[in-house]
Write a protein that binds this ligand. Structure first.
Ligand SMILES: [Zn+2]
Length: 322
């Protein structure tokens, strides 16, 4: 059972609203609270993918510019935020399963970051502030290795389920010093955390392709811990490096409102399912595609570049719209 802050409407609750049949994903944006949209499954997960899990694993990724050496990255000099803007504003369609970053150096495992995980991270972060369940972090940043390998941060993040109170893990390779090394350190971001969103690939390691072991899926818990890290370094240490080198897209309030419509105002028409009405809730892959549709429509600035003057603080976002 999820805590009520994280629950979405059931199919029965949604069906009590006024039905609107939709022909384009982006139309979800215009649904009112009292309405529910119906999208045919055929315009969501693209042909060739048997199911959402396969799509989330093998679908195309948006790829912010890759660098092949520290010199290459520091010569370019752009921050991850700027590289994301370039990549997000140049997407060719909506059918992406995530964006990804690629470290250079010893650890060459690709990091995949799904937009739905960025949304869920913002939700955990808001929950922690609004319900007095603070994310706790303890940085280990005084060692001489920090300049080379980044800081290690022990984080305790509240879980979304009712029985579990906190998840504890260690973030590694967090950039906190302003030196050319920050480019390499930020791309090497990792943690010792494990949860279903991360294990996703490992479980199928022997059934699917070899790629599994060369990919790290970043989950909402890790991103939420990173958001807290940004807040800590900026508010307490007056240090801008964690936000400047942040590889995680931070949604705007408008994007949150749209995402909540996927949970509370949308059903998918799917002929392959048993129920007579052929309606079901959207799955992870469909929500991910829905978010890329919003990026395609509104561009990066309005979707995944949170601005205090327009959106307020991510900690104060309204997640209660049903
Ligand atoms: Zn997790």
């Amino acid at each position: 059972m999820k805590k009520s802050f994280f629950t979405e409407s059931t199919k029965t609750e949604i069906k009590e609203k006024e039905r609107i049949d939709l022909s384009r994903i982006i139309k979800v944006k215009d649904l009112e609270d009292s309405q529910f949209g119906v999208l045919p499954s055929s315009i969501l997960i693209p042909r060739g993918f048997e199911n959402a899990r396969k799509f989330m694993k093998h679908g195309r990724e948006v790829k912010p510019r890759r660098f092949y050496s520290l010199g290459h990255a520091s010569e370019d000099g752009r921050t991850p935020i700027q590289l994301r803007e370039e990549a997000f504003n140049n997407i060719q369609n909506l059918y992406y399963c995530s964006y990804s970053i690629m470290p250079f150096g010893k650890d060459e495992r690709k990091r995949k970051i799904a937009l739905i995980e960025c949304l869920e991270a913002a939700r955990i972060f808001a929950f922690s502030h609004q319900f007095g369940k603070e994310i706790l972090i303890k940085p280990y940043d005084d060692a001489f290795r920090v300049k080379k390998d980044g800081a290690e941060i022990i984080a305790k993040v509240p879980s979304r389920t009712k029985n579990h109170h906190y998840l504890e893990f260690k973030l590694m390779s967090v950039p906190i010093i302003d030196s050319p090394e920050k480019y390499r350190i930020s791309l090497n971001f990792n943690s010792d955390h494990s949860c279903p969103s991360k294990r996703f690939n490992i479980r199928y390691k022997y059934l699917d392709d070899k790629e599994s072991s060369s990919v790290i899926n970043i989950c909402a818990h890790e991103i939420a811990a990173y958001l807290k890290t940004i807040e800590y370094y900026w508010n307490i240490e007056k240090n801008i490096i964690p936000i400047q080198m942040c590889h995680f897209a931070i949604p705007t309030q408008e994007t949150v409102n749209y995402y909540l419509k996927f949970e509370n105002n949308l059903l998918i028409f799917d002929e392959s399912i048993k129920p007579k009405d052929k309606l079901r809730k959207p799955n992870r892959g469909e929500k991910e595609i829905g978010l890329w549709a919003l990026v395609a429509e509104l561009d990066y600035d309005k979707t995944f570049y949170s601005k205090k003057s327009r959106d307020g603080d991510v900690a104060d976002y309204n997640w209660s719209i049903k």
